[in-house]
Design a protein around this ligand. Structure first.
Ligand SMILES: Nc1nc2c(ncn2[C@@H]2O[C@H](COP(=O)(O)OP(=O)(O)OP(=O)(O)O)[C@@H](O)[C@H]2O)c(=O)[nH]1
Ligand SMILES: [Mg+2]
Length: 308
């Protein structure tokens, strides 16, 4: 009986949730071994679900990276939160990722409460342990308080101290997750590592470059939509992207003196897009001021939220 079980492979869906900036996307990229999700030091970088697929001889794990759970109020925040909390219901396991280099607080308590309601097994990933002098015990205490019992009495639960960036204990995390997954064949062919609509992946790469070059407040006001994608001669792809900002002053900053900032964004993004698409890319970027685009349903639909 046991031997028969061991012969079978496992397959399951695993949500990665946590506050913004805790390292969810970095962990996903480390696990699948390629950049499938954009990463930045600015909170709220991920704005939609991103599936990354891991395979080994034990089976297949479909990881769902999600937008960081935060206490925002506008319509985009609402869609982002739906993209995160919506995954919690239908998964086989949840990785609750915490940034131990920062203190807990109201936002973290809110995340812990949401995760505590989930039926699926929870793995608390105590991330960024490469940073010395962190606050790891605070996260254990918060989880105990939220669950109302000591850590060793919480069922369907494991915790792992790790560093997604440096790869510390990532293997151990995979081992623990496999134990929680049901037996069954993989849902994706073994050579697929990512499931994201192509236009969203392209828009995200452009947004990541903007985030790298912008100061703290502006990224919140930035949105990127792919307006057109057309294959051209000589294996070239023509891509037209629209960058939304909320104010004229932001448009000036995004364009830069003599267009130098936008040019830099275009150069950085084009290089990465050419690798992604394995084609030459001709990239055109336009900046449009649209006050309150974060509330505009038709624009938000262009960002791919219509299925939520
Ligand atoms: N020191 C350290 N930094 C990390 C680690 N993992 C991620 N980071 C950094 O943390 C920042 C946020 O990383 P992301 O992966 O974008 O975080 P996220 O949780 O996906 O953020 P949102 O998408 O905004 O919710 C980046 O500057 C990363 O380089 C880690 O293990 N150690
Ligand atoms: Mg992210």
């Amino acid at each position: 009986m046991k031997k028969d079980k061991e012969a079978k492979v496992r397959c399951g869906m695993v949500a990665i949730v946590g506050r913004p900036n805790v390292g969810k996307s970095t962990l996903l990229n480390k696990i699948v071994g390629e950049k499938v999700a954009i990463v930045s030091k600015i909170p709220q970088t991920t704005r939609n679900q991103i599936r990354g697929i891991y395979n080994d001889e034990r089976g297949q794990i479909i990881f769902i990276d999600t937008p960081g759970l935060h206490l925002g109020k506008d319509r985009l925040d609402h869609f982002m939160m739906q993209a995160s909390t919506g995954t919690l219901q239908d998964v086989d396991c949840v990785i609750y990722l915490a940034d131990t280099s920062r203190q807990t607080g109201a936002e973290e308590e809110n995340v812990a409460q949401k995760v505590a309601m989930v039926k699926a097994p929870v793995v608390l990933g105590l991330n960024k342990v490469d940073v010395k002098g962190g606050y790891l015990p605070q996260y254990i205490a918060l989880w105990e308080k939220t669950k109302g019992k000591p850590i060793d009495q919480i069922e369907n639960f494991q915790m792992i101290a790790l560093s997604g960036r440096d790869g510390i204990n990532v293997d151990k995390l995979i081992d623990v997750i496999f134990e929680y997954l049901p037996y069954g064949p993989g849902l994706y062919p073994a050579d697929i590592i990512c499931d994201v609509p192509q236009r969203m992946a392209i828009a995200d790469i452009i947004r990541e470059k903007l985030f790298q070059l912008m100061r703290e407040e502006i990224p919140h006001s930035l949105g990127v939509v792919i307006e057109a994608m057309q294959p051209a001669r000589n294996k070239t792809m023509n891509i037209k992207a629209l960058i939304y900002v909320e104010r004229d002053t932001q448009k000036e900053i995004v364009i830069g003196k003599k267009g130098e900032v936008l040019k830099k964004v275009g150069t950085l993004a084009r290089k990465e897009l050419e690798e992604l698409l394995e084609k030459k890319v001709f990239l055109e970027l336009f900046v449009k001021v649209q006050k309150n685009w974060r509330e505009d349903i038709s624009i938000l639909q262009d960002f791919g939220y219509q299925n939520i």
